[in-house]
Design a protein around this ligand. Structure first.
Ligand code: ACO
Length: 334
C-alpha cells in the first residue's frame, strides 16, 4: 500500500522517541526488534531492565538499541512528581500520591512526554483503553483550541471506487461514548486534519445518520444537522455535509438522488458516526465482513501523540501503530 510505504519512510526520516510502557509484553518485544532493525523509531521500553532483557532472551529477540527505563527507580521520579502536582493542583493531588502513580508505567510514560523525554506513546496490548487514555487526558491533555480527544481508523477497503482510492477514515470509533453536537463538530474537524496529515487526502466529511437531508424527523437527526452547522462555523473551508445515510455518503447514484446539491454525498472519504456505539460496531463490521484493513485507533486532538492498541493486536499492528505515532509526532513537532 502506497500510503503505508510513505508513512514508513517518514518514520525512518524523523527517528522519533516512542515510549512503550508494556515493556515485558512479548508482542511488544517482538515489535521492538522489527522497529529497531528497520530504524523506524527510537524505542523506550518501561519496566525492570533485568526482567525485560531476560524476557527478550527467552523470546529470542534482539532489543539492543532500545532504551530501558525503570519507572520505580528512575532519577527523574521526583521531577515528574512535582510536575504532576503542578498539573493537578486544582484536583488536590499530593506529592506522595504522585510518586505512587508514577509506579504505573502508563502514568510514567505520560510524564516522560510532558517533560520532553519522549515524543509519543503506544500502549494497550495488555491494558484496557480507559486505563491508557485516563493518564493521557489528565496530564498530556488536548491541543490548544481542541476540547475533545477522539479515535480515528484508516479503513483500507480493497475497492478504489469508495473514499480516497479505497481509503476511508472513520471516527470516533474509540473514545467518546455519547458526543454532543459541539463535540461531533470538533471530531469532524480533527479527523479531517488527521486524514490530510497521514493519508494526504482532500477531506470530504459525511455526518452520518439514519436520515438524509431531512428525510426523517427525530432529535437524533437534529443532532447531526446541528453538528454539521457548528463544524462549518468553526471551519468554513471544510467540505462537510449532513445529515446523511451511509449509502448517500458513499454511492454516487444514491448521493445524487438523495442529496443532489451536496459536494460530499456519493464521494465522502471521512465518515463521522453519531456515537461510539455505531462507530465502533461500524468499523468492526467493515473490517470483518468486507475484509478491510483497519489501522488505528489513531487518537487525535491530544497535545502529543498517544495511541491505544486493541488487546487482540498482532506484532505487525504494533509496528504499524508505532510508525503512525511517529508520523503524528513529526507533524506536531517539526
Ligand atoms: N477528550 C478530552 N478530555 C476528556 C475526554 C475526551 N474525549 N474524556 C474525558 N476527558 C477528561 C475529563 O474532562 C477529565 O479531565 P479532568 O480529570 O482534568 O477533570 C479526565 O479526562 C478524566 O475523565 P473522566 O470522565 O473522569 O474519566 P473516565 O473514567 O470517564 O475516562 C475515557 C474517560 C477513558 C475516555 C472514557 O470515556 C472511556 O472509557 N471511553 C470509552 C473507551 C472505550 O472503551 N473504547 C472502545 C474500545 S477501543 C476500540 O475498540 C478500538
Amino acid at each position: 500500500m502506497e500510503i503505508l510505504k510513505r508513512v514508513y519512510q517518514n518514520a525512518q526520516k524523523y527517528q522519533k522517541r516512542i515510549v512503550l510502557p508494556e515493556g515485558l509484553e512479548p508482542r511488544t518485544l517482538r515489535a521492538t526488534e522489527i522497529i529497531l532493525n528497520q530504524k523506524l523509531a527510537r524505542i523506550i521500553l518501561l519496566g525492570n531492565p533485568d526482567e525485560i532483557n531476560q524476557a527478550a532472551v527467552e523470546l529470542g529477540v534482539n532489543i539492543d538499541g532500545a532504551t530501558i527505563v525503570n519507572p520505580k527507580t528512575d532519577p527523574k521520579r521526583e521531577l515528574y512528581a512535582s510536575l504532576m502536582v503542578e498539573i493537578r493542583k486544582e484536583k488536590g493531588l499530593s506529592y506522595d500520591a504522585a510518586l505512587e502513580l508514577l509506579n504505573d508505567p502508563l502514568y510514567f510514560a505520560c510524564l516522560m512526554i510532558k517533560n520532553g523525554d519522549a515524543d509519543g506513546e503506544l500502549a494497550g496490548a495488555i491494558n484496557a483503553t480507559g486505563d491508557v487514555l485516563r493518564p493521557a487526558l489528565q496530564y498530556v491533555k488536548t491541543l490548544p483550541g481542541v476540547s475533545v480527544v477522539s479515535g480515528a481508523f484508516l479503513m483500507f477497503v480493497n475497492d478504489p471506487q469508495y473514499g480516497h482510492d479505497g481509503i476511508l477514515v472513520f471516527a470516533d470509533c474509540a473514545v467518546m461514548p455519547n458526543p454532543d453536537e459541539r463535540q461531533l463538530a470538533e471530531i469532524a474537524i480533527t479527523t479531517a486534519k488527521t486524514a490530510k496529515a497521514i493519508v494526504g487526502m482532500e477531506p470530504r466529511v459525511a455526518m452520518l445518520s439514519f436520515s438524509t437531508m431531512g428525510s426523517a424527523q427525530h432529535p437524533l437527526v437534529d443532532k447531526m444537522v446541528n453538528a454539521t452547522r457548528i463544524a462549518r462555523e468553526l471551519d468554513p473551508d471544510l467540505k462537510i455535509d449532513g445529515e446523511m445515510q451511509l449509502d448517500a455518503a458513499l454511492v454516487p447514484e444514491v448521493g445524487r438522488l438523495k442529496a443532489p446539491n451536496s459536494e460530499v454525498a456519493g464521494r465522502a472519504n471521512i465518515l463521522v458516526f453519531p456515537g461510539l456505539e455505531s462507530a465502533n460496531i461500524g468499523y468492526k463490521l467493515v473490517q470483518r465482513l468486507a475484509k478491510a484493513e483497519a489501522v488505528g485507533p489513531i487518537l487525535q486532538g491530544m497535545a502529543a501523540p498517544i495511541n491505544d492498541l486493541s488487546r487482540g493486536c498482532s506484532v505487525s499492528d504494533i509496528v504499524n501503530m508505532v510508525v503512525i505515532t511517529a508520523n503524528q509526532a513529526a507533524a506536531l513537532f517539526e
